[in-house]
Design a protein around this ligand. Structure first.
Ligand code: SAH
Ligand code: SF4
Length: 482
């Protein structure tokens, strides 16, 4: 196992697994201790939680179904919008009663919220029963710190003096690339594969660069190795992860860009789909689109967040592209892949946004025809430039714009779904649906299809005839299992 991070005080995390196992054995007689990890936020957090679960299993815990029956609870938090933070605070508060009932319970917080000084302060003041607060770039220290809690019975709060790698002052340290951490993946069919960490873009509204630190790419070799292992062990879909996958490779000695990495991975033999997210429009190139179009396994799905339709707002957001530039790359993608499905993120009510600007957002979504849209009302994040900008539009007005946007997009989504009515499409069957005897599948464009079928088909590719459209998803019948 090697660590290619640059941290000088990087511990040998694997040594702690055995030590903790022994300790726990002595501590909880005749019962395997249980751990529960709750994940908030994006796919990067889901992926980090898979590593936390992997480490917990290596320490000798088994995974619990919820907080109630756990001996250690980890909340992997999200700071991207205020309501995500509020939810975490509420849920941490609810743990107080559990801790009272079971003083041996370990409560740990990690993820993006823990990198903000004001959050740590509030936790200290209002939730002193939390045992461990771990920064985003210190995952590898998790076993060591759990060992410290178990042996020294102390609370561990981040501080600059203790160790820089888990300081949570408002500016996060550089993203770290750790190789070799154990992973307990949530699915046996679909896997996330992080190719880079952190972000250098500093969009003016966004807290991510402040809490995740500077961008760092994993080596192409490490990615290809993990990818081959995944495909070799039967995974049917791999999603490459990064805040801005299009800038992959910039910090590496090796000269490799994202399009080259994608092409290299796509050459791996096997029966699988390859996806990636998130692409940033300022770095999305025709070269990338060409690789997608020519690929054997690469899904014709492009998630390309535009955030706003007006050049004035895009500039205030520091996004680094214009409406025209965005539409050009979209046109190129449509020309090269007529079957491409486009999805995006959009923010409504950015400080200083006027109704005329918002109308440009509406016209952009009509022009592009996204199959689905992740829509957010602007949320003020302290420490970001946008938090200092004048924001005269009321929340009520922003909510009205938001509803208008949803109405327009819902109609577009339905129209996009209707295009598939009567068509035969390839899908990956992902799991049982809530309806008995029914399965959930996805097209390569990431559209959901509800089909009748038994559980033994889960994890298989199939051809499906689309027989109906229910607003944002399709229904269909299997014509062939592949
Ligand atoms: N790196 C990705 C997105 C990361 S955050 C990218 O650049 O596309 C996911 C989404 O959350 C963003 O695309 C944006 O639409 C939204 N978001 C981020 N900060 C926000 C804020 N302060 N208020 C509202 N939405 C925000
Ligand atoms: Fe945030 Fe922009 Fe980085 Fe995405 S690219 S994580 S929106 S700063």
């Amino acid at each position: 196992m090697k660590n290619v991070g640059e941290s000088l005080c990087a511990p040998k995390f694997e040594e702690y697994f055995g030590l903790i196992k022994n300790l726990l054995h002595q501590r909880v007689n005749f019962r395997t201790p249980r751990a529960f990890v709750r994940t908030y936020g994006c796919q990067q957090n889901v992926s980090d939680s898979e590593k936390i679960n992997g480490m917990l299993l290596a320490m000798g815990f088994e995974l619990a179904q919820g907080c109630e029956d756990a001996d250690i609870i980890v909340f992997n938090t999200c700071a991207v919008r205020e309501n995500a933070e509020d939810r975490v605070f509420g849920n941490v508060g609810a743990l107080k009663a559990l801790k009272k009932r079971n003083p041996g319970l370990i409560i740990a917080l990690c993820g993006c919220m823990t990198e903000q000084a004001h959050v740590v302060e509030r936790l200290k003041q209002s939730f002193p029963f939390v045992d461990l607060v771990l920064g985003t770039n210190s995952l590898e220290r998790f076993p060591e710190l759990i060992y410290k809690i178990l042996t020294e019975k102390k609370h561990i709060w981040p501080s600059k003096t203790e160790c820089d790698t888990y300081s949570t002052d408002a500016n996060a340290s550089d993203a770290q690339v750790y190789e070799g951490l154990p992973i307990e993946r949530a699915s046996k069919i679909k896997a996330f594969l992080p190719i880079m960490y952190g972000c250098d873009n500093f969009c003016s509204y966004c807290v991510v660069p402040h809490v995740r630190g500077r961008e760092k790419s994993r080596s192409a070799e490490a990615i290809c190795e993990e990818f081959s292992q995944l495909i070799g062990s039967g995974y049917k879909e791999v999603t490459l992860l990064g805040q801005n996958v299009n800038s992959y490779g910039k910090n590496l000695d090796e000269r490799v860009d994202f399009a080259q990495l994608l092409r290299r991975l796509d050459r791996t033999p096997g029966d699988y789909w390859l996806r990636f997210m998130t692409s940033h429009p300022k770095d999305a190139t025709p070269k990338l689109i060409n690789v997608m179009a020519a690929g054997e396994h690469i899904c014709h799905h492009l998630h390309l967040p535009f955030q706003a339709g007006s050049d004035r707002v895009l500039k205030l957001m520091n996004r680094g592209y214009t409406r025209q530039g965005y539409l050009e790359i979209i046109s190129y993608a449509k020309a090269k892949m007529p079957d491409v499905c486009l999805t995006s993120d959009v923010i409504v009510g950015f400080p200083g946004e006027r109704y005329e600007d918002f109308c440009e957002t509406l016209s952009l979504i009509k022009e592009v025809g996204f199959t689905s849209l992740f829509t957010f009302i602007y949320s003020k994040r302290s420490g970001t430039p946008a938090a200092e900008m004048d924001d005269p539009i009321s929340e009520k007005e922003k909510s009205a714009w938001f509803r208008e946007l949803l109405e327009v997009q819902n109609e577009i989504t339905t129209r996009q779904c209707q295009k598939y009515d009567g068509e035969v499409v390839k899908v990956l069957i992902e799991g049982k649906s809530t309806k008995k005897g029914s399965l959930t599948a996805r097209t390569q464009g990431n559209m959901i299809v509800d089909i009748a079928g038994e559980e033994d088909l889960v994890g298989k590719f199939a051809m499906v005839k689309v027989t109906g459209v229910k607003n944002w998803f399709l229904t269909g019948e299997i014509t062939a299992v592949l």
